[in-house]
Design a protein around this ligand. Sequence first.
Ligand SMILES: Nc1nc2c(c(=O)[nH]1)N[C@H]1C(S)=C(S)[C@@H](COP(=O)(O)OP(=O)(O)OC[C@H]3O[C@@H](n4cnc5c(=O)[nH]c(N)nc54)[C@H](O)[C@@H]3O)O[C@H]1N2
Ligand SMILES: Nc1nc2c(c(=O)[nH]1)N[C@H]1C(S)=C(S)[C@@H](COP(=O)(O)OP(=O)(O)OC[C@H]3O[C@@H](n4cnc5c(=O)[nH]c(N)nc54)[C@H](O)[C@@H]3O)O[C@H]1N2
Ligand code: SF4
Ligand SMILES: [Mo]
Length: 707
Amino acid sequence: MMQNMDGIQSYRSVCRICHGGCGALLYVQDGKLIKVKGDPESPLSRGWMCVKGLRTPEIVNHPDRLKTPLKRTGKRGEGKWAEITWENALDEVADRLDAIRRESGPESIALGQGTGRHHYMHVVRFANALGTPNWYEPGLAQCFIPRITVSHLTYGGHVVGDYYGNVAPKCIMFWGHNPLVSSADGKLAIAFKRALDKGAVGIAIDPRRSETARKCAMWLPVRPGTDDALALAMINVIINEGLYDREFVEKWTFGFEKLKNHIAGNTPEWAEKITWLPAAQIAKAARTYASHKPAILEWGLAIEQNVNTLQTVRAIAILRALTGNIDIPGGDVIGMNIIRTYPTLRNKLPRGMIKKRLGAEDYKLLGGWRAFMPSAHIPTLFNAMRTGDPYRVRALLVFGNNPLTTVANSREVYESLQKLDLLTVTDLFMTPTAAIADYVFPAAYWPEVEQVIGYPLVAENMVMAQKGVVQTAQCRQDEWIIDELSERLKLPDSDKRLKDIMDYQLSPLGITYQELKEKGYVYPPHQYRKHEKGGFRTSNGKVELYSKSLEKMGYDPLPSYKEPPESPLQTPELLGEFPYVLTTGSRRTEFFHSEHRQIESLRKRRPNPQVEIHVDTARQHGIQHGEWVKISSPRGSIRMQATVTEDINPNVINIEHGWWFPEKAAPDFGVWESNANILTNNAPPYDPAFGSYQLRGLLCRIEKEPV
Ligand SMILES: Nc1nc2c(c(=O)[nH]1)N[C@H]1C(S)=C(S)[C@@H](COP(=O)(O)OP(=O)(O)OC[C@H]3O[C@@H](n4cnc5c(=O)[nH]c(N)nc54)[C@H](O)[C@@H]3O)O[C@H]1N2
Ligand SMILES: Nc1nc2c(c(=O)[nH]1)N[C@H]1C(S)=C(S)[C@@H](COP(=O)(O)OP(=O)(O)OC[C@H]3O[C@@H](n4cnc5c(=O)[nH]c(N)nc54)[C@H](O)[C@@H]3O)O[C@H]1N2
Ligand code: SF4
Ligand SMILES: [Mo]
């Protein structure tokens, strides 16, 4: 802490509004956060912060923040609340949970949370201690878990691009990824900007010319949902034109000949008909990626939001191995994992319970014993809430998630939540989901929490500390709420608090959390080519082009293409009514998922939900830029404002996700008006390994709103 002349204290911390990690200087006066700016000494961001991070004081001090625990007094969703002390609220919720677990078993209590926030692993720990196998997160099967799992199965560790070493990448291929906006998974936008500015050749595979694509030499506007076919065709070119790294492939990969035979028919000409990309462009992209070394392949979540997720991600993963770009300077490096894995108490979950995890039997890489972080399958879990099949889920404790906006098929989510005996929501603001809860708890925001952050996420090549420097009303860090409930329920290890866990995580580095706070971060030099010392940490020490592990689990050991279940080729009968391919959820700098719609300075920059439509398509429908339009899928309709652009494939419609309107009346807050997940589908088929559902590559129609 530094003291300035006029009574202002400043602190060094790390922004975590997104998965982020931008170094931040926080200025506090009389206990109030008054300013945040970029920390020039941060090794990652070197002074840069995005607009959300800079607006942190406006968020922390927002008058609508939840400030005290609330208990519902009227009917569910009636908007009648009584303030209640933490002591009473926690006692009451613990009593209800205790009764439910006695009556119906702990599996009838589910936990829900959102994407990688500070309390992520603590929620998993709580589930295991409570003895319930049923926790969920709306990402997971649709976000990141397929990439992590495939990385481990294929290379024996999680790979991330090497932007901070001495060798700069010569090429970066962005696949369904727009990190210049999303800073996803703990990789900061600024690192990509710098690498591209330094001259790396960019290839963007994206139906939209995204902010990232605009900085790339090549843009491939692929048909959403056909990335598997594109990746197979690129493998085909790289093998058949002899562009692969022979030495690496021979020495360090398994199954090359089988792969070669398997993809023989997947030529660029074959892929052209599926992906809507000219064969020559596919071949050129493959050649460019293979001939610039070192190259990074940045994959994003667009490749996971379909029902052939496992094989799509596998096909793309194989490209890195064929080109020998793994764990080399300036390439894709395998994580160092310098801190201990969070103690999630996985071994406390009784064996019988693993079998009861909803969806685990069917989606083995999401919920089974081989899963990276076993969780419940969302459609199966919400179905159990709604129908009692295969058993009733009676309670849901939500920590930082607004499922009415981020889970597919919002209407069914709503019906499911209404059936619960107990719903608690911990959040920063009153959201449409919180508004139908029985108890609402006020959460602490990032300048109010303590945490150890391994960066980038899952790879953990460096570690940073986040410091609680201010306190708002009665807001509490989620981990504290969980610990208080655990203590009341006398759960295993409930005597260990967050600080003990953080010290444990840091123990391999020989420092305590207190010491890390003083240092700010620890960033050891990266060790490259770790496989040369003892092989890859896969089942046979080699990169598995052909995956024996998958074969054993009953999944295809080699990747293949599968047409999306609702698409121009699969369901041509729907094209009359729904002629366009819909994709949802591409990120916007100003908002994090359903957050920030009440933050005036951010909302001013994007006041309304936007649908992107090509100029030619707009002309055909008489749609003008800025006009409100109706977008419909076989599930329902929503309204958004048209952004007419040339930067999108003319047959694709792109909509934002996460929209609700805090300024509109409770309890709905307009959540039924412009919510992308009214259009998405949570019905089968799902990806056979992860149970992923489709959020990108569905069918839709767009029309002028009737006047
Ligand atoms: N500002 C901000 N940052 C965020 C988030 C946020 O909400 N706001 N969310 C965070 C989270 S949880 C995540 S997972 C990451 C995600 O971040 P990214 O992985 O970067 O994903 P998106 O921006 O959702 O989508 C990337 C690109 O995929 C394209 N796309 C859509 N459909 C397809 C398709 O079928 N194939 C291909 N190849 N491309 C397609 C979109 O046009 C988009 O430009 O962002 C994180 N960062
Ligand atoms: N159609 C469509 N849907 C999508 C996606 C898409 O691309 N398209 N993307 C999916 C993906 S990849 C993801 S990861 C999910 C994300 O889904 P979520 O992470 O669930 O996102 P939100 O719905 O915004 O819910 C987050 C809530 O947490 C609150 N919050 C923020 N910080 C804290 C905190 O520290 N503690 C607590 N208790 N609350 C906090 C916010 O106010 C907000 O209400 O969305 C998924 N949904
Ligand atoms: S990119 Fe993420 S971590 Fe960095 S300032 Fe923005 S929100 Fe914060
Ligand atoms: Mo995500």
